[in-house]
Design a protein around this ligand. Sequence first.
Ligand SMILES: Nc1ncnc2c1ncn2[C@@H]1O[C@H](COP(=O)(O)OP(=O)(O)O)[C@@H](O)[C@H]1O
Ligand SMILES: [Mg+2]
Length: 420
Amino acid sequence: MTEPQHILVLGGGEDQLPAYHEARRLGYRVIGVDRRPDALGAAASDLFLCMTTRAPDRIAAMVGHLDVAAVISPASDAAQESVAELSRLLGTPYQPAPDAVRASVDKGWFHTVLDRLGLPGYAYAQSSDEAELRRAAADLPLPVIVKPSDSSGSKGVQVVADPAALPGALAEARRHSFTGEVIVEEMLLGRHLSAEAFLRGSTLATIAVTERSTTGAPHMITTAHTVPAELTPSTEIRLRSMIMDICGELGHTDGPVNFDFVVDAADEIRFIEMGARLGGNGMPLLVRHAFGINTYEAALRLALGQPTELTPRHHRKTALRILTADTDGVLLGVDGTDAVRALPETVELQLFAEPGSRVHRYTQAGHKLGYLLLVADTHDALRAAQARAESLLRFRIEPATPRAASAAAPRSEELTEQIR
Ligand SMILES: Nc1ncnc2c1ncn2[C@@H]1O[C@H](COP(=O)(O)OP(=O)(O)O)[C@@H](O)[C@H]1O
Ligand SMILES: [Mg+2]
């Protein structure tokens, strides 16, 4: 009897979970890794390692006796260096390009790549030295944006409009940085967009350009993506060409890659960050509903050294709404799910939190409570459907504040959190 083959998936959150299911569907056993014992991946894996994804040597030692056919970590920048190291140690078919990994985990270094290519830049300073960052920030027009250089999911990201708030923002960003490096950037004005692309043989096999809504300042956390973004044909062509230039420079010839960028009033494109991996915030779900392409399967097949299928089956106007709460507390229940699922535009509603679980105000992407995917014929119809769904769906939350806890009998409105 042949030994069973395994796929190693780093991270066990909602954006990694579909990779567990796809891996099993393709006939592999799944080894999941996440430091949270209650991660979704714990129940979805055949073997679960409850530990950090950032210890490739230890992980390799623990799985060394098994036949590991591929290593993958969708959506997680923090795990990309481990994916590369584990792919090397375990000798799996796909080896990520070292510069693509570096550009994914070091925002300042990504800026130097843009500069080298002559792509439109903007002012920034990156350092682990607070005094240096303060001096650099003083030379930038306000507001500035302060971020950990190597984190993701909006952790520690803050827009600073008042110089007095700078030290606190620097400290908060540092708290979320693995290396202690913080980046201060000029705040770009314009439309926020993302691109979820997949390269094959140094060409763009597929790309979804999404219009992104955010919470706005101070945290700029993504709340929704709509595809296709309404770009002029010349902007779209420039975007594709810039993405190909960046990937070429980094040696990223095959595989998924995700970009955040801003398009200003003059249609200039400025890149904010990239990740040479599948996007987070449900981006592969959006691509599946919009184009009929399964990028989780394609990423797994690539990691396995197999041919990938990336032909679009259709082009549908699709919105992904990230469901969130306005308050910390305990989830009592979710109202309106049947009504939302019954809307003709709803193609998928996913909820991540069970009643009774602790939920958090949306101050970082990791606090999301679900994804709602809508499809319509026009952008107007999509917007109308989003508004309708939002009016129907309610997270009932018992707030965690002392004031609410001590209140004798809170009225039901006080327990009702509308999604935002
Ligand atoms: N220089 C900037 N100007 C304007 N907005 C920015 C800038 N940097 C970041 N943002 C906004 O903040 C979001 C989070 O920053 P990002 O660098 O993407 O961090 P993360 O890795 O946490 O996603 C971006 O997607 C963008 O909307
Ligand atoms: Mg980002």
